[in-house]
Design a protein around this ligand. Structure first.
Ligand code: NDP
Length: 453
């Protein structure tokens, strides 16, 4: 049975649409050929229908079956529009039919203006809105955006995208926690000493200064993605995997989350890369990258330590870190367990257990202390490792699938977006006031030499 969907990509000539959204759609049409997508592209660029069709054909990619590509090409159209103009939007919506998906792949200021313009016109029944981060630029603007959105459609027809919250990451974390007796009973401050959530990228700016220089590592990664991973890691057991059950508990966990010692300066660090070599490529100083404005003082590596004010987690530091142009790409959670209280006399001190949960690639490694081969009284760390199942879809394929099915489980609810800003905003203010020094690290290295692991 076919499932017809009208998908209007607003900002269709942009980087996200070309590099992530359309290739994601290609993987989705491969695994779910039942979707019959009418694709409408809109942007300011003056593109002919042929140029647009060629772009779509190229971007859907090799994973998309030929028949699906031809079905999309036969029905797709491009509309050159100023998407902040209410009359232009009304005409666009009139031509989309019931329950279309409007995917806003637009600069944040344009998204704001577009949503305001939508409040002045009649919207199609069942309209779904896909929104790209950032959801505001601070708590006040996040609230303002949420208020406007609330006037447009019900909350569960709004899909705030966090492509980090792919199905594999969410299901692997919840499955690991709540279906394994060995873990869930150890998941507390009696057993866990500290937790680190790290996304270090072995990529520099990749030509995205226009966006990144205004965001920086804290807004780009920690405020949005890493706090959500923290909430999934630490939350209580949801009654089910339904969106309300899971997202209620994510929101609750974030409401319990605060900066370590409530001190924005002492709980955070920031740094910026200097010239170096990254995977054989010469990288300039961040401030010399094309499009970077040094007066913005943007960080390319950020770290913040938070605490969770619950009985389960009291006293456990959660360190969130993310940066660009680092030598080793790392993407996962490290759980450091407390050492055992007592080791029988005769054994050397046992190294404490360490559990690593990789998000990309998805895997689990558990460091166990075991007897050394040469001397069985000596204890070494051995590692039990297994790969976890990953989705055949690219992250944006998963996102589009959830929007098409109308299931917002994997997206960010409005109150959650506000909580994330509430947590990091004092840090951003402390940085703005120069209360935390901007350290430096060489591109391709491990981070600033004065940051000890
Ligand atoms: P780009 O600047 O590459 O593209 C922006 C798009 O918006 C272009 O198609 C542009 O059209 C269109 N546009 C701008 N103003 C108007 C207007 N008034 N009316 C109609 N169209 C307009 O941005 P990205 O694609 O990189 O990013 C889009 C969103 O996605 C941002 O919110 C970003 O934060 C988010 N995002 C991007 C990621 C990425 O890797 N690119 C990753 C995660 C999130 P034209 O070119 O014709 O002017």
């Amino acid at each position: 049975m076919t499932v017809p969907v009208t998908l209007a990509i607003l900002g269709a000539s942009g980087d996200l649409a070309h590099r992530l959204l359309l290739p994601g759609l290609g993987t989705l049409l491969n695994t779910n050929p039942e979707y019959e997508v009418t694709l409408v592209g809109c942007a300011v660029d003056d593109l002919s229908q042929e140029e647009w069709q060629e772009r779509v054909r190229g971007a859907l990619g090799g994973k998309c079956p030929r028949a699906s590509i031809e079905q999309v090409i036969a029905t797709t159209r491009y509309e050159q529009l100023d998407l902040t103009n209410a009359e232009a939007l009304r005409k666009l919506l009139d031509g989309l039919g019931d329950a279309p998906v409007l995917y806003l792949a637009l600069p944040p200021a344009v998204t704001f203006q577009l949503c305001e313009a939508l409040t002045t016109i009649e919207l199609p029944k069942g309209l779904r809105l896909g929104l790209e981060k950032p959801f505001g630029s601070d708590l006040a603007t996040a609230r303002e955006l949420n208020k406007i959105l609330a006037r447009l459609v019900p909350e569960n027809q709004i899909f705030r995208i966090d492509h980090f919250l792919g199905k594999s990451v969410v299901l692997n974390l919840l499955g690991l926690r709540f279906t394994n007796r060995v873990f869930e009973h150890a998941w507390n401050n009696q057993n866990i000493e500290r937790v680190e959530i790290t996304v270090d990228e072995a990529l520099a700016l990749e030509g995205r200064a226009g966006y990144y220089d205004r965001a920086g590592a804290m807004r780009d990664m920690i405020q949005s993605h890493l706090l959500l991973v923290l909430a999934l890691f630490a939350m209580e057991e949801p009654p089910s995997l339904n969106e309300r059950d899971v997202r209620d508990l994510i929101a609750l966990m974030l409401r319990h989350t605060h900066l370590w010692d409530d001190d924005p300066a002492a709980s955070s660090r920031r740094a910026r890369y200097t010239a170096g070599s990254l995977q054989g490529e010469q990288i300039p100083n961040y401030v010399d990258e094309p499009g970077v404005n040094p007066s913005r003082n943007t960080e390319t590596l950020a770290e913040v330590t938070v605490r969770i004010n619950t009985d389960r987690w009291f006293g456990v530091p959660f360190r969130l870190r993310s940066g660009k142009a680092l030598g080793d790409a790392r993407n996962g959670i490290t759980v450091a367990f407390r050492p055992v209280d007592h080791v029988p006399e005769g054994f050397t001190q046992a190294p404490p257990n360490v559990l690593s949960i990789g998000m990309k690639p998805a895997n689990i490694k558990l460091g166990l202390s075991t007897n050394a081969e040469s001397n069985r009284f000596e204890l070494n760390q051995s590692v039990l490792a297994t790969d976890l199942a990953e989705s055949p879809l690219k992250p944006y394929g998963e996102i589009l699938d959830s929007i098409f099915r109308g299931d917002p489980l994997l997206t960010v609810r409005g109150d959650v977006a506000e909580e994330c800003w509430r947590i990091v905003e004092p840090v951003l203010k402390a940085w703005q006031h120069g209360l935390v020094p901007m350290d430096e690290y060489i591109a391709g290295g491990a981070g600033p030499s004065n940051w000890k692991a």
